[in-house]
Design a protein. Structure first.
Length: 183
């Protein structure tokens, strides 16, 4: 079975980015990511109701990292490492199957600049080389064409289209599952 250890936290650098731990100091920026209409239009979940709720979600993430059940990086530009512009990470890690689900958010001011592709490619490399995952899954809303294009550009393949498998706020939504194998 897969054995993970996210202590010390795995800092990752790319040409432009520092992927670092999310902390309570990021609560305001994270709250924006979790409440902005453009950011959550495809998440099919309620926005965080307050910064306090966002802080509690950060604490949940930190607790999951502490027990090696998830890892989430805050995305910052190297020249402004204290400013959170997005997040990316693995959750729903299924250790017995060497598989995890990836999720990501990026502030709209940084869309279409290759930032998320840069972050996604490096965390894929981390997952396969350091975490020893066999497969990575992404679950997206079919209307989220930019996310589908991003995943495909990073080598993910659409494996499933689930009809009305997700219920939120009185509506059933469809989901698309993308997967990338360690090959």
């Amino acid at each position: 079975m897969l054995s993970l250890n996210f202590t010390p936290f795995p800092l990752i650098e790319t040409e432009r980015l520092l992927l670092r731990p999310v902390t309570l100091a990021d609560a305001e920026a994270m709250h924006y990511l979790r409440t902005n209409e453009r950011m959550i239009q495809y998440t099919n979940r309620a926005p965080d109701s307050s910064v306090e709720e966002t802080k509690n979600k950060i604490l949940q993430i930190l607790k999951m990292q502490e027990i090696n059940d998830a890892v989430q990086w805050g995305i910052s530009l190297k020249e402004k490492t204290g400013i959170l512009i997005g997040t990316i990470g693995y959750w729903r890690i299924i250790k017995e199957h060497y598989r995890a689900e990836i999720g990501y958010l990026l502030h709209p001011a940084h869309w279409q600049k290759g930032i998320m592709k840069e972050a996604l490619n490096i965390v894929i490399k981390y997952a396969f080389e350091e975490m020893k995952l066999h497969s990575i899954e992404a679950n997206i809303n079919p209307d989220n064409l930019p996310s589908a294009a991003l995943l495909e550009s990073c080598g993910f393949i659409q494996e499933a289209y689930f009809r009305e498998n997700y219920y939120y706020d009185g509506v059933f939504y469809d989901s698309i599952i993308y997967t990338k194998l360690n090959k």
